[in-house]
Design a protein around this ligand. Structure first.
Ligand code: CA2
Length: 150
């Protein structure tokens, strides 16, 4: 059976749709999951969509992706700006990965302008709301389609 694309979501993203709609949009994380599932299915992939408020759990999922995932999409939430542990896990993970953000982190507070994890991913998509995730799935699917089978 084909491996899924893991879509990993970090802290507080379970609150999507409940506050700050002007920054993060009105859709809930379940709505984002549904978008991802539809987009991936249209491109011939399946999705394993998860959220955690715990850095260690996110690190464990990235480690699991090494054997279990075709690719990885990560919205690390605030850990984006703090987590060397997630950077190290991604550097050790050979599957292609894309960093996503709902908001444009570069138009926000200066502390959001730096991402620790960007160094370890193929690319970064931010600022398109829930559509950022769909764009990431498209980019990953295109890369996986041209990648040599291992
Ligand atoms: O724009 C993004 O996707 C972020 O990764 C979201 C993080 C933020 O810390 C990053 O700088 C950018 C925050 C996620 C929290 O989301 C909430 C949504 C609704 C209400 C409260 C928090």
């Amino acid at each position: 059976m084909a491996k899924p694309i893991y879509v990993l979501n970090g802290p507080n993203l379970n609150l999507l749709g409940s506050r700050e709609p002007e920054v993060y949009g009105k859709e809930t994380l379940d709505d984002v999951r549904a978008r991802c599932e539809r987009r991936a299915a249209a491109l011939g992939f399946s999705i394993d969509f998860r959220q955690s408020n715990h850095e260690g759990e996110l690190v464990a999922w990235i480690q699991e992706a090494r054997g279990g995932a075709a690719g990885l999409i990560v919205n690390a939430g605030a850990f984006t700006h703090t987590s060397i542990a997630m950077l190290d896990a991604l550097l050790a993970c050979s599957v292609p990965s894309v960093e996503v953000h709902l908001s444009n982190i570069f138009t926000r507070e200066p502390f959001r302008h730096h991402s620790y994890i960007s160094k370890a991913v193929k690319g970064v998509i931010c600022g398109f709301g829930a559509q950022s995730y769909e764009l990431a799935i498209e980019a990953l699917a295109a890369r996986l389609a041209t990648a040599k089978p291992s």
